[in-house]
Design a protein around this ligand. Sequence first.
Ligand SMILES: Nc1ncnc2c1ncn2[C@@H]1O[C@H](COP(=O)(O)OP(=O)(O)OP(=O)(O)O)[C@@H](O)[C@H]1O
Length: 599
Amino acid sequence: MKHLAYLNKYFFKYKYYLLLGILFTLISNLFGIIPAQVVRHALQMVKANVDLYLLFDQAELQNSTYSLFTYSITFFGLVILGMAILKGIFLFAVRQTLIVMSRHIEYDLKNEIYAHYQTLPLSFYKQNSTGDLMARISEDVSKVRMYVGPSLMYLINMVILVFLVLSYMFSVNARLTWYVLIPMPILSLSIFIVSSIVNKRSEQIQKSLSNLSTFVQEAFSGIRVIKSFAKEEEFIADFAKESNVYKDKSMDLTKVDSLFSPSIMFLIGLSTVICVYVGGQEIISGRLTPGNITEFIMYVFMLTWPLTALGWTSSQIQRAAASQKRINEFLFTKTDIVSEENLKPEVKGKIVFDNVSFKYPDTGIEALKNISFEVNPGESLAIIGTTGSGKSTIANLILRLYNTGSGTIKIDNHEIKSFEIPYLRNQMSFVPQDVFLFSDTISNNIKFGNNEVTELEVKEAARNADLLENIERFDQKFETKLGERGITLSGGQKQRVSLARAIIKNPKILILDDCLSAVDTTTENTILNNLRSVMEGKTTILISHRVSNARLADKIIVLDEGRIVEFGDHKTLIQSPGAYRELYELQSNSEELIEEKYS
Ligand SMILES: Nc1ncnc2c1ncn2[C@@H]1O[C@H](COP(=O)(O)OP(=O)(O)OP(=O)(O)O)[C@@H](O)[C@H]1O
């Protein structure tokens, strides 16, 4: 329950809604309670009038007694009707304040979680599944809203109503009230026991719902693989298994829930029986009138709904607590990628790695070992190496997606840690290995890193990425929609959109991570030629498996298992035997062979 305390700041923010809600609940309950007293008066009046009517039997006054009687009954009826209408109006006002408040809180909480997700480092996204992230921002927030909205509304209503009803009951007859309250301790005890069971089961349900979302999300993302391996049946069976776990857990909860209401109804019924029995004794001894008993029974029935709702409310609050606990887990996770000095110096583009080692925090894999190199402003550095040798890790560290382990990375003689992070990243353009395009137009995808560019510049960037011809062939050209509701680009086309996106940002540092792996050799050559002018004045890091790409660079480092095994430029490296020359010979041989075979 302590987890829900996190939401108090929102109650404070929307205090006027809350206070008005409480006031309207009080007024609506008053209009609900007063009719019980009106009924008592009406019954007492009926009894007095019947006595009077019988007294004037056959006398002339009997007729006027009768009309007075009908007049009073109509009056009491109208008063009760008026109260019911007023109660309805105030109930509407209660919903307009408390439920509206809950919607505001839901909106704020969702925004807070989303904004916090954005601040978290890449390692957080590697450790937590997308399904789980989505479940917490949607399902869990909905559960929390049930607490800040309907549950809170019923709870306030119950407290006010119980307080008002009990004060009226005690003022009428304390003895009868005590008797009527006998079943209440049993009621509280059962609510307590049931709530704790509900709490435990709710947590399990949330966890299983998260697993289910993760499963579905992954299945949709990997639908191509699933279909090509004809694994649909297996996935259907796995989904059924996962959803069965969720169903069983929900059933367990329903069992407890469904036991709750009948038990409360039984205890309320018991109160009514006691009320009639003890009340009857009080009437016989002359301390109460039948009107009082009717009023009492009405009070007991008034307590029925809020006390029954207490079961529902307490289970909703327990569920909300379980959900808020999960939300807090993420909200209290802080990023360790922070700037030490928030520096924003003008960047020229010098990059220095000094004895840098790095271990991935989640897997413990030592990806880089004692890496040292220097790239001057405007120079280009190619990083060549086998799969898993640590090439992309170097890019990750320059972009400060991870913190360096040991050693230092400097940009223009400032430690990378001292830069303000968005500023640092704004100085760079990155084309990742695994391209990601948004479900938007080609033009907006290219403009992603720089909205203030002209259509002409977009076209120029597309030309440099050798993409213009392809785009011009689409009906809607640059306005062609990509993604789920648009067209699907080929792997090579996607890479080139991603490259154009990086080029148009016109950064000081350009990092290309194996970004031409999916294009043919002719296109690659065209792009490499175009890149010569694009790279002018920019520091470029060119990560590749292909020597043909590396040739373009001023300096080349060859990585193997996280270490630099060779360093130099293309000319010097091919002259001495080593990994680079081997790779060069291997790749030029295979290219020659291919040419021979098809010529
Ligand atoms: N996010 C990550 N979390 C944990 N380990 C990782 C992560 N990314 C990479 N690694 C590991 O670090 C090592 C270096 O990976 P890296 O991606 O830098 O290699 P690479 O040279 O770019 O490979 P490739 O050419 O196949 O892209 C690998 O052993 C890899 O398994």
